[in-house]
Ligand binder design. Structure first.
Ligand code: HEC
Length: 166
């Protein structure tokens, strides 16, 4: 039985809620799998979201009656996947700063750049094999997501409370 979860998965939690709302609401725009991933929504999800989840799924603890599961990577591949996710987030930060997405808004570019600060921290934690630091980097990354969504996403579906984010 699950006792408590100390992992960073507020986004997935929220997406589950949103998904059920979408089913009731109108059908989402259908885009073919083969289309060029050129929309901001696609950069966000799956690209940025999936890379971020590598951090969030690799940090923290899950407590059950059977014991505590530490999500910190234990293998070379596990730590390597953190480094790859950090590289991907760095790449996507640059994509977000392209004019078609940034519209030359300084605050947008600043927030996009902060994704790199958090992913650099995660990459360093992987080099140091430091699970606690990886958790902090994941939390820092999440703050950037929230900050940008609050500033630039008028139809923000991520408006969850601090207590839910814990
Ligand atoms: C520079 C600003 C910015 C940053 C940083 C940012 N987002 Fe977003 N995000 C947006 C905007 C704007 C939208 C709304 C896009 C739309 O639907 O047109 C959005 C939408 C999303 C969506 C919903 C996409 C959809 O299907 O409509 C997800 C998921 C998402 N972001 C995840 C993330 C995650 C995870 C992070 C942090 C790692 C993040 N975002 C950081 C601006 C940002």
């Amino acid at each position: 039985m699950l006792l408590s979860v100390r992992v960073f998965s507020p986004v997935r939690y929220c997406m589950a809620v949103c998904a059920s709302m979408l089913l009731i609401g109108c059908a989402p725009n259908s885009t073919s799998e083969t289309e060029e991933p050129s929309t901001l929504a696609h950069v966000m999800d799956p690209l940025l979201n999936d890379a971020s989840e590598v951090f969030w799924d690799s940090a923290g603890f899950i407590d059950t009656y059977e014991g505590t599961t530490d999500l910190t990577p234990t293998t070379e591949e596990g730590w390597q996947s953190i480094i790859e996710a950090a590289d991907e987030i760095t790449r996507l930060s640059a994509v977000l700063q392209e004019e078609r997405y940034s519209l030359n808004r300084p605050a947008w570019n600043e927030l996009s750049q902060m994704l790199v600060v958090a992913s650099d921290r995660a990459r360093q934690s992987a080099h140091d094999r430091d699970g606690a630091e990886l958790f902090e980097a994941g939390a820092q990354l999440y703050q950037v997501c929230v900050a940008c969504h609050q500033s630039f996403w008028s139809n923000n579906r991520f408006s969850i409370t601090e207590s839910e984010a814990q």
